[in-house]
Design a binder for this molecule. Structure first.
Ligand SMILES: [Zn+2]
Length: 103
């Protein structure tokens, strides 16, 4: 069964994908620091932008809009404030197209 990180949406399939190698964690290794605390919104957002930029031929504006769309849907951000998530997002159609490219 596939789990997805609650903060960035990364699929987690093997033990090393999980925060601190704990398969019961709801977070991936990228979203949690050495102390086990979830990283700041700015860091997670920037990680998402870098990821989507590499998939979207370096288009930073599009990567930011895609990251916002993605993070806004994730469980962790439903009850955690993140100022960076207010702003323009890609449409559902654009988002579906981008996800198709990833797989
Ligand atoms: Zn994550």
């Amino acid at each position: 069964m596939h789990k997805y990180c609650f903060a960035c949406g990364m699929p987690m399939s093997k033990r090393e994908d999980f925060a601190q190698g704990d398969e019961h964690s709801n977070f991936c290794l990228h979203c949690v620091d050495e102390e086990g605390a979830v990283r700041a919104c700015e860091e997670i957002f920037e990680g998402g932008v870098q990821f989507f930029m590499s998939e979207l031929d370096g288009d930073r504006q599009l990567a930011e809009k895609t990251t916002r769309k993605n993070m806004r849907m994730l469980p962790y951000w439903q009850n955690h404030e993140c100022g960076l998530l207010s702003g323009e997002v890609v449409s559902d159609e654009e988002f579906a197209e981008i996800l198709k490219k990833l797989s």
